[in-house]
Structure formats: structure tokens, C-alpha cells
Design a protein around this ligand. Structure first.
Ligand code: NAD
Ligand code: DAU
Length: 332
């Protein structure tokens, strides 16, 4: 099988590529601040793998990639993925997440690509009141430019199934964690800061709830959907481990041998969703997939990876990331 992967230099896309041992893969990625080819060093010289730098909003470049590679399937990860960035600067988020998805769908339509998996997020459901777990029919109630752009792109992808009968499935995953995650998201930021004895910024009261999914479990779920998912269907992917942020951060303090003196409660994120919780029953019934990583084990493995890869963190944390860090946290 030939798979065109978009956003394959990012956190989840690179794990998907590293974990795939059979397909021929073209990684189409713009290399924004979040794209890092170091994440792909384990597969860089494999003849099954090719990298092409390009923007999913550039229709001519996308068309040329389809023409040349002739993919059997597209797995579409590329996105501006960080909620805080989408609040500070929504334009690139709307451009890449909505218009970029449109470009990818048009190219797949033109080239009659057999299969398309659109990778989305449980954030499209917005905050879920206790004690509900959202299933795939839950209304879309987005709070941030990021989640709105993802909800829009989900609906666009599904419209290509309804209108053009394309073989498209949409996945909606919960919060991922694991090695190679850019240290702007909660878990890698807290690990990196703790290891450097920097303060750990907790938004608001820290009682917001997220459901944690180990990145390799997310990737195996996407592979299952690619192979066994039905056209026009949406599949939630969750880790079934919902925890308040402050509990997660305290586990990180314990795993890094640091104390609560590093905790710093800061102004809350605007429009902050209080609770994400989803059910993955549909995916499990349709494909047999189940998350396998226990959260405590996954967190230990992740902390160990960041400890062992401090040079990776140092390189990632230089330059543009520093500017963003100052912009987001400087006034808090
Ligand atoms: P990431 O930010 O780590 O990586 C995004 C990748 O997309 C980068 O390599 C970047 O260079 C590339 N990219 C961005 N704009 C592009 C463009 N215009 N053209 C081509 N490439 C571009 O993101 P991630 O955390 O790996 O997330 C991947 C996907 O999974 C996203 O669609 C995201 O919405 C979704 N998702 C993420 C999570 C999570 O917890 N991280 C959870 C659920 C769903
Ligand atoms: O739910 C899936 C989504 O999870 C994905 O679609 C997004 O791409 C991904 O970024 C993530 O979104 P969140 O906003 O939930 O993730 P983030 O890591 O930014 O924040 C997790 C929680 O931690 C959230 O309640 C905000 C809080 N937080 C985050 C940061 C970065 C803090 O308290 N302090 C921080 O410094």
C-alpha cells in the first residue's frame, strides 16, 4: 500500500510513520515550528519512506505530489495543533486546518484516491458535562479557533463522502502524550520545565479534565480505521483515562523528583473547556482496537524519554518556540 501522510514530521504523524513496517510512505509536510525531521531519523534511510516539503494549502504542490506518488490512501494529520497558538494567532490555524483540508480532499477527489482518513480531535465536542462520555453523535460545540477549524474540516471531509461518495473516515482522538511531543502541550511542557527546575504554569484551578491517550495507541487506532473503518463514519479514539490537569502535573513532579514548590497557578486560558470525555465503544466494536498503554507506565516511559533526549528538547526549545513562550506566558 502507498500512503500519503500529511504532517508526518509532527508528533503523531512521525509516530505513525515510525510504527508502520509495511507501507510505502510519502511524508508531505511544510515543516512549521512543529515539524521536525529529527523525529524521523529511525526511518530516514528506509527505501519505503520519502519526504517532500510542501504546504497542504498549495494546490499545485499537493496535486504534483499525488501525480507523482499515486497514493492508495491519504492519512491527513497536518494541522496547526495547539489551542493557545490558535487563540493568539487564529489565521494560520483556519488556513491550514480548514483550507488545507479542502485542498487535500480536492486532490484526492481528482486523483480518485481509494481511501482517506481525516485525523481530528475530541475537542470538536467542546466541554462535556459530567457524567456523560460523548459518542460520535454528540453535537459539535467548539470553543477555540483550533477546535472550530477542526470541526469545520470534519464536516467538509464528511461532505465529500456524502456528495462524491469518497471512501473517507474521520477520527476524533483525545489528548495524546509520549516521546517527541513538542514542549508546548501540557505533559511535555511540564516534564521539560520540571527537569530544568522551571515553574509549572497551571491554568486556572487546574481541575480541567482531559482523557490521556498514548501516542502509539492513537497510531494503532488510525491504522485500524484505515484498514477496517467504514466510509462516511466517525470514530472516537480515547485512552479511557480522564484526569484533572493538576493530578497529571503532580505525577510528573513525582516522576522527575521535584516538589510542589515548582507549581505556579496562572491566568486561565480564554474559553477553556472544562472536561473532555469520550467513549470509544464504536471503534472497538468495528475494528477490535483497544488502547493498551496504562497511563502511569506511559507517563514513566515519556519522562524517561525526555530525560534521555535533553539535546532534542534544547534544539526544539530554541528560536521561534522561545518567542511564543514569551508571548503566551510573559504577561501571565
Ligand atoms: P504537531 O503540531 O506536532 O504536528 C503538525 C505537523 O503538521 C507538523 O509536522 C507541521 O510541520 C505540519 N504542518 C502544519 N501546517 C502544515 C501545512 N500547511 N502543510 C503541511 N504540513 C503542515 O501536531 P500533532 O500533535 O502531531 O497532531 C497531528 C494531528 O492530530 C492534527 O490534525 C491534530 O489536530 C490531531 N490531534 C492531535 C492531538 C494531540 O493531543 N496532539 C489529539 C487529537 C487529534
Ligand atoms: O483533546 C485533543 C486535543 O488535545 C488536541 O486536538 C490538541 O491538538 C491538543 O493540543 C490537545 O489540546 P488541549 O488544549 O487539551 O491540550 P494542552 O496540552 O494545550 O492542554 C491540556 C490541558 O492543560 C488544558 O486543560 C490546558 C492545560 N494547560 C496547558 C498548558 C500548555 C495548563 O494548565 N498549563 C499549560 O501550560
Amino acid at each position: 500500500m502507498k500512503i500519503l501522510v500529511t504532517g508526518g514530521a509532527g508528533f503523531i504523524g512521525s509516530a505513525f510513520i515510525r510504527n508502520n513496517s509495511t507501507a510505502h510512505i510519502l511524508n508531505f509536510d511544510k515543516l512549521t515550528y512543529a515539524g521536525n525531521l529529527e523525529n524521523l531519523l529511525p526511518i530516514a534511510s528506509n527505501p519505503r519512506y520519502r519526504f517532500l516539503r510542501g504546504d497542504i494549502c498549495d494546490a499545485a504542490a499537493v496535486d504534483a505530489a499525488f501525480e507523482d506518488f499515486q497514493p492508495d490512501a491519504v492519512v491527513h494529520f497536518a494541522a496547526e495543533s495547539h489551542v493557545d497558538r490558535s487563540i493568539h494567532s487564529p489565521a494560520p490555524v483556519i488556513q491550514t486546518n480548514f483550507n488545507g483540508t479542502f485542498t487535500m480532499l480536492e486532490a484526492a477527489r481528482k486523483h480518485k484516491t481509494e481511501r482517506f482518513v481525516h485525523v481530528s480531535t475530541d475537542e470538536v465536542y467542546g466541554s462535556i458535562p459530567e457524567p456523560l462520555d460523548a459518542d460520535e453523535s454528540y453535537p459539535l460545540r467548539t470553543s477555540s479557533p483550533y477546535s472550530a477549524s477542526k470541526a469545520g474540516s470534519d464536516l467538509l471531509a464528511l461532505s465529500y463522502f456524502t456528495t462524491y461518495k469518497m471512501n473517507i473516515s474521520v477520527t476524533r482522538a483525545s489528548n495524546n502524550y509520549g516521546p517527541y511531543q513538542f514542549p508546548e502541550k501540557l505533559i511535555p511542557l511540564m516534564i521539560a520545565n520540571a527537569l530544568e527546575n522551571k515553574s509549572l504554569p497551571i491554568y486556572g484551578d487546574g481541575m480541567q479534565i482531559r482523557d490521556w491517550l498514548y501516542v502509539d495507541d492513537h497510531c494503532s487506532a488510525i491504522q485500524s480505521v484505515l484498514e477496517k473503518g467504514q466510509a462516511g463514519e466517525v470514530y472516537n479514539i480515547g485512552g479511557s483515562r480522564a484526569l484533572p490537569n493538576i493530578e497529571v502535573v503532580k505525577k510528573i513532579l513525582a516522576a522527575t523528583g521535584r516538589t510542589e514548590a515548582l507549581l505556579s497557578y496562572v491566568t486561565d486560558r480564554p474559553g477553556h473547556d472544562r472536561r473532555y470525555a469520550i467513549t470509544t465503544a464504536k471503534l472497538e466494536a468495528a475494528t477490535g482496537w483497544k488502547a493498551t498503554m496504562d497511563f502511569e507506565q506511559g507517563l514513566t516511559a515519556t519522562v524517561d524519554w525526555y530525560k534521555a533526549n535533553q539535546p532534542w528538547v534544547d534544539r526544539v526549545r530554541s528560536g521561534e518556540y522561545q518567542d511564543f513562550y514569551q508571548q503566551n506566558y510573559g504577561a501571565r
